[in-house]
Design a protein around this ligand. Structure first.
Ligand code: GLP
Length: 241
């Protein structure tokens, strides 16, 4: 596992963006696995900036997003489809027909079939961007006695509902389930880049970088088995972990 320790969150976002930019410069038709969430949010402006400066061209990429809440309308401002459109696809001139963000409105078995098609019908993901939940989830793969390999519907952990309630009017409005790539899907990416910041991520980063255990109780620890993972954290988090 490669660890990049930056001065602060801003620099982490820049470092993660650089990983993605380098990937696309090397292979213009890269297939990117993309992430939403509060931590990944400030990575996208650096990608848009590079696009506007002419440093990188995203016109040939395809992308697949990690997850979406069940019941979420793709048109809703809280949807991950809208998040991606606003922060990356539209400002970086990306053809949306070449992107896939799962829909939380479609019948589950149909959406799972479509998700698998987007993941596997063509080529594999070249670079997967990840955040990590306070529960230790990656995508929306929550801790438990076992983990699921493929695309599935996941019941959200109480800690995830509490953490993500900041994006909703009240905790009651946070959907209770999500459709997500499974751990096996994430592990098939050629390269994985994970960004984390903040005090509430200390236990999970400690489990990932300091402890020697791989456990379903902290799904992110599965990343120790991947051959090309880069973890980007700031000095404050690195020190605490
Ligand atoms: C969200 C997303 C994850 C994300 C994680 C971290 O709920 N489903 O893909 O990586 O939780 O979120 P945040 O960065 O807001 O802490």
């Amino acid at each position: 596992m490669r660890v990049i320790v930056t001065k602060n969150y801003e620099e982490s976002c820049q470092a993660v963006a650089n990983e993605i930019i380098t990937q696309v410069q090397k292979k213009s038709d890269s297939k990117l696995g993309l992430a939403t969430g509060g931590t990944a949010e400030q990575v996208y402006p650096y990608l848009v900036k590079a696009y506007k400066e002419g440093t990188v061209d995203f016109s040939q990429i395809t992308s697949v997003n990690l997850d979406e809440y069940i019941g979420m309308d793709p048109e809703s401002p809280q949807s991950y489809r809208q998040y991606m459109a606003d922060r990356f696809f539209d400002p970086a001139g990306i053809d949306k027909t070449k992107t896939y963000v799962p829909s939380g409105l479609t019948k589950a078995e149909d959406e799972i079939a479509l998700f698998n098609e987007k993941l596997y019908a063509d080529k594999m993901i070249d670079l997967q961007l990840l955040g990590v939940g306070v529960s230790g989830h990656i995508g929306f793969n929550e801790p438990g006695e076992k983990l699921t390999s493929g695309v599935h519907i996941e019941k959200l952990d109480d800690s995830t509902i509490a953490a993500n309630s900041r994006f909703f009017d009240s905790p009651d409005d946070v959907p209770k389930e999500a459709i997500t790539m499974g751990i096996g899907d994430i592990m098939k990416a050629e390269k994985i880049v994970l960004i984390a910041t903040g005090e509430n991520k200390v236990p999970v980063i400690k489990a990932l970088l300091t402890d020697d255990e791989i456990t379903c109780k902290i799904p992110a620890t599965m990343l120790k088995m991947h051959r090309d993972v880069t973890i980007v954290i700031d000095a404050e988090l690195a020190k605490a972990a």
